[in-house]
Ligand binder design. Structure first.
Ligand SMILES: Nc1ncnc2c1ncn2[C@@H]1O[C@H](COP(=O)(O)OP(=O)(O)OP(=O)(O)O)[C@@H](O)[C@H]1O
Ligand SMILES: [Mg+2]
Length: 546
């Protein structure tokens, strides 16, 4: 007769009385929740709510201020910005991935023995080398390598990247490498922070399917509505509306869409209850006042009423504050010539790799040009060349008269540590501190946030600061590389609308179909060939599929 499994056994994550702080802010104060084997949980909340911070604590990358986190021994954690993880830059990608199953040391041994053998081909060295090989093989090393290559191709990491040192990867590639490592590690519990950021549609589709089929448990932070609807079965909402507020955690069963409906209902119910309580308090207090200072009997009634008021106050619910969605406006672009930009036979390679060759096109005033192509097709490289961050190897880029370009970099490379938000704004505009603070305030970064070290901002807050810099620069040409990554759904819509109604010129890279739809591009530039075409509706499908 078997012993029935204890409920403890199927728990892969258990959090009790958790207190999490960042800077001077208490993100949560005493929350508890559990995740069972196979459960798929979406952790949601506005930009800056503290999701990344909370996930880091769950994954063990940060210690809590109080409370207990118990997690399954095999837990894979993907951070929002792996560039900030402490992995030596000269570790090769393959090595780093194999470390996910502890195979890296065996591989090191093989490499060490091979070098020794090259130097001195003695019998002893031959023997040691073949022993090392055998151990590697025995531990499944060769099979593992094949598996790694398959995973890499799934997430769209080029195979040759596996043999490069980690430091040589772009931010997007680094994320993919990290994903491969975690997927390869084969954990019971995956903690993923915005896993679909920076992925093209192909790789994103692959991840969505992977997560849907995944048998282990999952806690995922994401603003990707498809992911939240397809891959999860429960929502944990980190409710921390105000900057200084301490958050609470509210749990909902079902997908994200179901959660939105339930939350709206919850908020309405709470709002009504709060109004009712307010009215009752006002009514009783007024009655009490009218009874005071008269007969002793009346004074007693008044005191009684005061007691009732106090009791209601004690159990009073907070009406949900409607978070004001961002109201963004980009300033009128300064005037400029009819042709804003001409690229002539530009060519860019890194070492032996031609990213693109012989690309020519021009962009007219007010035009919206969408740059399309798979991961690694050179979209970001092209934008960096147009922005003047990179020199083309051949060819040239010319700008029309009066053109001022603003560049939104995919990886926030313009945001540096040790400088505040305000200092970042001062670099791009002479507007004066009051005006600059108002501008970042428009993006929801208000109050003392202006003085925070910009490198400590959350992913979405960095996006907002970079967008605020663009607005402050009063440009007439914007080069936008995935500007909606990291943004919470409300902010994404607001950004899309603000840009859609802006009459300036835009060159855009984006995999966000909804955002692209709002912008209504005029033409498409297909990379790496540099073929120009009118933008047609079929291309939306391409955007979503390819
Ligand atoms: N060192 C620090 N000093 C002050 N505030 C900080 C510091 N580090 C982080 N913060 C703030 O803590 C808050 C929570 O950040 P976190 O990265 O957890 O947010 P998030 O919910 O993941 O947001 P996003 O959706 O944008 O990724 C943010 O407002 C951030 O600016
Ligand atoms: Mg985050």
């Amino acid at each position: 007769m078997g012993i029935p499994p204890s409920p403890e056994i199927s728990l892969v994550l258990s959090v009790r009385d958790l207190v999490v702080e960042v800077g001077a802010t208490r993100i949560v104060n005493g929350v508890s929740f559990q995740v069972h084997a196979g459960e798929k949980v979406g952790l949601v909340g506005r930009n800056g709510a503290g999701k990344t911070t909370l996930l880091r604590v769950l994954g063990g990358a940060k210690s809590p201020k109080g409370g207990v986190v118990k997690r399954a021994p095999a837990t894979g954690y993907l951070s929002q910005d792996p560039r900030q993880d402490s992995v030596p830059d000269d570790t090769t990608v393959l090595h780093h991935v194999l470390a996910g199953r502890g195979l890296d040391e065996l591989l090191d041994e093989v490499e060490k023995r091979r070098i020794a053998l090259d130097e001195l081909p003695s019998d002893e060295n031959v023997h040691k080398y073949s022993n090392a090989l055998e151990r590697f093989e025995h531990a499944g090393g060769y099979a593992a390598e094949a598996e790694v290559r398959k995973l890499a191709s799934g997430v769209g990491l080029r195979e040759d990247r596996l043999d490069l040192p980690i430091g040589a990867l772009s931010g997007g590639e680094r994320r993919r490498a990290e994903l491969v490592r975690i997927l390869f590690g084969g954990s019971e519990l995956l903690l993923l922070d915005e896993p679909t950021n920076h992925l093209d549609a192909d790789a994103r589709t692959w991840i969505l399917k992977f997560l849907r089929d995944y048998r282990g448990a999952l806690v995922v932070v994401s603003h990707d509505l498809d992911l939240l609807d397809e891959a999860i079965t429960r929502v944990v909402y980190l409710d921390r509306e105000a900057e200084e507020a301490t958050g609470t955690v509210v749990e909902y069963k079902g997908t994200y869409s179901q959660y939105l409906v339930q939350r709206a209902a919850d908020e309405e119910r709470l709002g009504k209850l709060a109004t009712r309580q307010d009215r009752e308090i006002a009514r009783l207090s007024q009655l009490a006042s009218s009874m005071r200072g008269q007969t002793a009997k009346r004074a007693k009634v008044a005191k009684n009423l005061d007691g009732r008021v106090a009791r209601i106050e004690a159990s009073k619910v907070q009406a949900p504050t409607k978070r004001r969605s961002l109201r963004l406006r980009f300033p009128e672009p300064p005037s400029c010539g009819r042709t804003v930009l001409t690229a002539t036979e530009i060519w860019k390679s890194f070492g032996a790799l031609d990213v693109f060759s012989d690309v020519s096109f021009d962009v007219g005033r007010g035009e919206r040009l969408l740059v399309m192509g798979l991961n690694g097709a050179g979209k970001t490289t092209l934008l960096r060349v147009l922005a003047g961050v990179l020199e083309p190897d051949l060819g040239e880029v010319q700008f029309g008269t009066g053109v001022s370009t603003g560049y939104y970099a995919q990886e926030h490379e313009g945001i540096v540590g040790g400088r505040s938000l305000l200092e970042h704004m001062r670099e791009v505009s002479s507007l004066g501190d009051g005006g600059l603070r108002e501008l970042i305030g428009m993006f929801g970064l208000s109050g003392d946030k202006a003085f925070q070290d910009a490198s400590t901002l959350s992913g979405g807050e960095k996006t907002k600061l970079a967008l605020a810099q663009l607005v402050a620069g009063s440009h007439n040409v914007l080069l936008l590389d995935e500007p909606t990554n990291n943004l919470d759904p409300g902010s994404r819509v607001a950004t899309g609308e603000a840009l859609a109604s802006w009459p300036g010129t835009m060159v855009i890279v984006s995999h966000d179909a909804e955002f692209v739809r709002a912008l209504e591009p005029d033409r498409a530039l297909l990379m790496p060939d540099g073929t120009l075409d009118m933008f047609r509706d079929e291309m939306y499908e391409l955007l979503e599929l390819a």
